[in-house]
Design a protein around this ligand. Structure first.
Ligand SMILES: NC(=O)c1ccc[n+]([C@@H]2O[C@H](COP(=O)([O-])OP(=O)(O)OC[C@H]3O[C@@H](n4cnc5c(N)ncnc54)[C@H](O)[C@@H]3O)[C@@H](O)[C@H]2O)c1
Length: 470
């Protein structure tokens, strides 16, 4: 067996977290923060990522006491500091460390890939490979908790058969397989840590014993006395719960897009309309018009049920028109803003200079994966526009290979300034005090500017101003 860090105490159970991305890194800290009755760390935690440069970088960052992703959550920073001091969290890219695990929490990615015709397909190879690794390494009786968002049916029809195959090769009794599913609702941002430890969870197991063990584990990490757990009967049910939860959100966002366009055409402020409707308790969480949907989850999860129906359950004739339409509508949404800007700039973007404020997928986070701004910027460049981007939390935009300003520049040299993300920084802009050149177009694509800012801009008669949804 490999050597363990000196500070690991051997009377503690060991939890391995597979995948040290946005979810796994935070979950590893949540587990390392769990305490026993004497207030001492309950677990030794080993984070395991892939043995490549990116995986190694994340592991080393954790070992140096630094969270691998830019974040502004005080509790997460505190948890990182404590784990470093206690020495009960350590990370590696060596898969043999799974041999120590009493529990493995799976937080790797499972992606959708697209054909040339943009048809979605499940990309299962990486996930299957990771399950083979676990089957080869874990000891009999280890509980595997899948937190990754997976197509319904995955635990029963992919995870169990793979671990069973590997256990058979190792002459391990099949009764030693324990698999549970409990999906993440983590929200990077100011409440990153709380969105794990102070939040409700749904869970299930491939059998009663797996579910019971998962329950005990979750109770030791999450404040379940305040945020009760919900147990569902089987893993396919919790897998459906996750993708339905996200598909519902994606569909309700997409639904509002057509109402935004209608409201703009008839000169009505749809935000005020929605505020009025939200007074009715049954409609209190109605969505509002915006710039589009980004991030790793809502852009793929609505495809998981249709793809699972076909590829995992063989239900070739099962359509999910709302879910699939939602993804397509949300992907096209940034172009609604772009078309409007083009028309306001005289019908041609060639040579026009646009300053885009906000490249991350969500306010006050630095994650740029599948950001709607990417769709917007690519198409604006196709149409000949010159783009400068600014974001307080992103200095280099990996997906676009683009340098990003972190400070807001003066607006002088631009034909249009486009607000795309509700970063707090933008609420501090005082448009009355800013030098603004004549005929500048200010475009609020995502309800970024507050009422005072909008009124201030409207009073400047040499400035053109337009919004999505108003
Ligand atoms: N990001 C979110 O806000 C969020 C919220 C809820 C649920 N989820 C779900 O959680 C899962 C993880 O998301 P994420 O945002 O952390 O993704 P991510 O891409 O940031 O992280 C995944 C990590 O897994 C690692 N990995 C891949 N294969 C591995 C292997 N075989 N062994 C060890 N490590 C491996 C990758 O290198 C990467 O570091 C996804 O299913 C996602 O849909 C994400």
């Amino acid at each position: 067996m490999k050597k363990l860090p000196e500070k690991f105490q051997m009377n503690r159970k060991t939890v391995c977290v597979q995948g040290l991305g946005f979810v796994g890194s935070a979950m590893a800290l949540a587990i390392a923060s769990a305490k026993d009755n004497c207030g001492e760390p309950l677990y030794n935690v080993i984070g395991v990522d892939v043995p490549n440069e990116a995986g190694y970088r994340k592991a080393m960052s954790i070992n140096e006491g630094i969270f691998p992703f830019e974040n502004n959550d005080k509790k997460l920073k505190e948890a990182q500091k404590n784990a470093y001091r206690n020495g009960n969290l350590w990370a590696t890219t060596d898969y043999e460390y799974f041999q120590y695990a009493d529990v493995v929490v799976v937080d790797i990615n499972l992606d959708v890939k697209y054909t040339e015709k943009q048809e979605p397909l499940l990309d299962l190879e990486l996930f299957k490979g990771a399950m083979h690794t676990l089957g080869r390494q874990i000891k009999p009786g280890t509980l595997v908790i899948v937190e990754t968002t997976v197509p319904p049916g995955t635990c029963e029809k992919i995870v169990y058969p793979i671990i069973s195959e590997e256990f058979t090769k190792r002459n391990i009794d099949q009764r030693e397989i324990f698999i549970a599913h409990s999906y993440e609702r983590v929200m990077p941002g100011e409440n990153y840590f709380d969105s794990i430890v102070n939040f409700w969870r749904v869970y299930s197991g491939i059998n009663e014993d797996s579910a019971d063990r998962c329950q005990r584990f979750l109770e030791s990490v999450i404040s379940t006395e305040h945020y009760p757990l919900t147990r569902l009967e089987k893993t396919t049910a919790t897998e459906i719960a996750k993708v339905l939860e996200n598909s519902y959100r994606a569909a309700t966002i997409a639904f509002i897009e057509e109402w935004g366009r209608f409201a703009e055409a008839v000169h009505v402020d749809l935000f005020e309309v929605i505020e009025a409707i939200r007074m009715r308790p049954t409609h209190s969480n109605m969505r509002q018009p915006g710039f589009g949907v980004g991030g790793y989850c809502l852009t793929k999860d609505p495809y998981f049920a249709p793809l699972a129906a076909k590829e995992i359950f063989g239900l070739g004739n099962m359509d999910f028109p709302f879910s699939t339409k939602a993804v397509k509508t949300n992907r096209a949404m940034p172009l609604v803003s772009l078309d409007k800007i083009e028309s306001l700039l005289g019908g041609n973007l060639k040579g026009k200079k646009l300053l885009v404020l906000g490249v991350s997928y969500r306010q006050d986070v630095g994650d740029t994966r599948y950001s709607p701004t990417e769709i917007f910027v690519k198409e604006a460049q196709n149409r000949g526009a010159e783009i400068t981007c600014q974001d307080p939390l992103v200095s280099y935009w990996n997906e676009m290979n683009m340098q990003v300003l972190t400070e807001i520049p003066t607006f002088h040299e631009y034909d249009a300034v486009v607000f795309t993300v509700q970063h707090k920084l933008y609420a501090t802009l005082d448009f009355k005090a800013l030098p603004l050149k004549e005929e500048l177009l200010i475009f609020d694509a995502n309800c970024v500017l507050n009422k005072k800012q909008r009124l201030d801009i409207k009073q400047l008669d040499h400035i053109k101003f337009a919004c999505i949804g108003r």
